[in-house]
Design a protein around this ligand. Structure first.
Ligand SMILES: Cc1cc2nc3c(=O)[nH]c(=O)nc-3n(C[C@H](O)[C@H](O)[C@H](O)COP(=O)(O)OP(=O)(O)OC[C@H]3O[C@@H](n4cnc5c(N)ncnc54)[C@H](O)[C@@H]3O)c2cc1C
Length: 569
């Protein structure tokens, strides 16, 4: 019996209504599922065969119609007829890191992002951990790129003037008898995966010095001093700004709608702002990367979106804060089975505590809804490790969606069938960590395809915004003397001045919404979540951009802040 027939037999046993065939090196699944998880499990079964190049899962869910992609309403011809050397689709951390690498070459590079700002997908909806990769599989692209990126991540954050805190990561265990096997396993993994700083196994007493609020049932722990964190949206915007500073272009509110492919080559790309003619197309479209791959004539993988929900705690909850990114594994088996790291309690780059995420398979690629059950589940688990962790301290929670492939690895390669396509697709966790190294390879391939030379005057430095709360009294006084706007505090929770908001509004890739200002200047990120400062931010935006107050939205194209009163009408 051949490999396909063997798998067909196995699948028919579990899911008789699903069909599978081999097409162009890939396994293609079709049929109708009663439950969404049946579709996901069939895809996972197919991936486990390792017989085929990729898995295309076209199983439909009974009674479910896939939600259309969230698209900008704007339609103009501002990009019509534009010829570029390289087009990057997607303005997350991967697309922006690629654009920055491309800006090292003598070429015209354009990034298009369908949302009104960068970092609107997974790249602003994650934990911000710069992982050590102890859990990653040998031979995976995840591990390859993580190891490479870790070698220069800290320096890159310095060059881009974004936060980088090496707090370390810890794993606590509740079963004392596991100490010996865990020690052997973790030390072996740390060596094999070249974990910076290695893995240090320690008894409760020593572990308490690292994590003073350890719960009573933690018997021992593993400390990974190389773990770090950054601000994911600040990093993404900084990568984009660095690229723009070096000559690349970014077009926001620009959605790729279709592509014309001739003789296995993308010849043109249709967007809501006209048709672009690129020589090379790079797919960095996150949860839509299989859809964009299909447009490029290069589909050989499928994304099954996996949602995660995180809670952010008030800074006043500091006594509860874990000092490192800390998680608990009551059983060793759990560690090996899960596709996510299982959530943790960790300090963010802004020194709040973050609790989460969980991992839930969802059919919708942009399902950012938050469920109480997710928050409860993560807190219930993490309460086993940090004493006094309380949901009362939550100031906000959010969800992000991981772009998981059935193979559970990144798709980073030149197009399989399309000669001028490059895939930087299916970048789930640890994509924030791996992105800068993925970008190096992708830009190198684009450079080779086009015979590009490197620029001599490329500048790695991007100066970040002034953060008055980080200045000494003397420095602040001097700044306020020069510009009193830095002395006018607009966001009281985060101590953000009007001067910082004005700087954000006039930054290299200017925000168009209040949330865009929030991502750059942190106004509205604190305890009151903008209740006090957002109307002030709106009025500063209206003044600086000479815009009608009534046209300014919180995010996207909806949710305006102010409306006409009855008297105005
Ligand atoms: C809850 C959660 C926690 C995580 N925690 C970590 C962590 O701690 N550390 C870590 O290393 N990784 C983490 N990750 C993973 C990390 O966030 C992702 O790997 C990374 O952000 C992926 O970046 P991206 O650029 O590929 O995707 P995205 O950020 O999703 O960007 C893709 C972009 O493409 C755009 N797009 C899609 N289709 C089109 C189109 N047709 N035209 C134009 N634009 C389009 C989208 O709007 C989107 O902005 C986490 C992920 C989640 C969800």
């Amino acid at each position: 019996m051949n490999k396909l027939a063997k798998f067909q037999k196995r699948l028919a046993k579990e899911y008789p209504s699903f069909k599978v065939e081999a097409k162009d090196d890939c396994l293609v699944l079709t049929g109708e599922a009663n439950a969404y998880m049946d579709k996901v499990r069939a895809g996972q079964m197919a991936a486990k065969t390792h017989y085929f190049y990729g898995i295309i899962n076209d199983i439909k869910l009974k009674g479910y119609k896939e939600k259309p992609i969230k698209a900008p309403s704007i339609k103009d011809k501002s990009l019509d007829g534009l010829k570029v050397d390289v087009l990057v689709v997607g303005g997350g951390v991967v697309g922006c890191a690629i654009l920055r690498e491309l800006s090292k070459y003598d070429c015209s590079a354009l990034l298009v992002e369908k949302e009104e700002d960068l970092a609107m997908g997974a790249s602003s909806r994650n934990d911000g951990c710069v992982h050590v990769g102890i859990d990653l599989h040998k031979g995976s692209k995840k591990l390859k790129y993580l190891i490479r990126a870790r070698a220069f991540y800290e320096q890159m954050c310095k060059d881009l003037d974004v936060p980088y805190h090496q707090d370390g990561q810890s794993v606590g265990f509740t079963n004392a008898w596991l100490r010996l096997p865990v020690g052997i396993f973790m030390r072996h993994q740390a060596k094999a995966n070249r974990v910076p700083g290695g893995a240090i196994v320690m008894g409760r007493k020593k572990f308490m010095k690292i994590e003073p609020r350890l719960a009573d049932d933690i018997k021992f722990g593993v400390y990974l001093p190389g773990g770090a964190c950054t601000s994911p949206y600040e990093l993404t915007v900084a990568l984009g700004e660095s690229a723009v500073k070096n000559g690349a272009r970014v077009s926001l509110s620009t959605i790729v709608e279709s592509m014309k492919v001739e003789n296995r080559k993308v010849v043109s790309v249709a967007t809501n702002r006209g048709t672009i003619f690129p020589k090379v197309v790079i797919n960095a479209a996150g949860t839509y990367s299989d859809v964009v791959a299909d447009m490029m004539g290069d589909r050989f993988f499928s994304i099954h979106p996996r949602k995660g929900t995180d809670s952010i705690l008030d800074k006043a909850a500091e006594p509860h804060l874990s000092k490192t990114s800390t998680t608990v594994y009551p059983k060793l088996g759990e560690y090996a089975k899960t596709h996510s790291k299982g959530g943790a309690v960790m300090p963010t780059a802004e020194r709040n505590a973050l609790v989460g995420p969980d991992a839930v398979e969802v059919p919708d690629r942009e399902d950012y809804s938050t469920a109480r059950e997710s928050v409860n589940a993560v807190f219930a688990k993490q309460q086993h490790i940090i004493r006094g962790l309380s949901q009362r301290d939550i100031i906000t929670y959010f969800s992000g969606v991981r772009a998981a492939t059935y193979e559970e690895d990144f798709v980073v390669q030149k197009g399989k069938w399309t000669s001028n396509a490059i895939e930087a697709s299916g970048i789930q966790s640890p994509g924030l960590t791996a992105a800068p190294a993925i970008a190096q390879d992708v830009a190198k391939w684009a450079g080779e395809m086009l015979g590009l030379a490197k620029k001599k005057n490329w500048d790695p430095i991007r100066k970040g915004p002034i953060r008055t709360r980080e200045l000494s009294d003397k420095e602040r006084d001097e700044l306020i003397k020069k510009n009193p706007a830095y002395g006018h505090i607009v966001c009281r929770c985060e101590e953000i001045s009007e001067g910082e908001i004005v700087d954000a509004i006039h930054s290299l890739i200017p925000p168009t919404t209040v949330d865009g200002v929030k991502r750059r200047a942190r106004a509205g990120m604190g305890r009151c979540q903008g209740g006090f400062c957002q109307p002030l931010v709106v009025s500063i935006m209206a003044r600086e951009e000479k815009r009608d107050l009534l046209s300014i939205a919180k995010k996207g194209e909806g949710k305006l802040f102010f409306r006409h009163t009855k008297e105005d009408r």
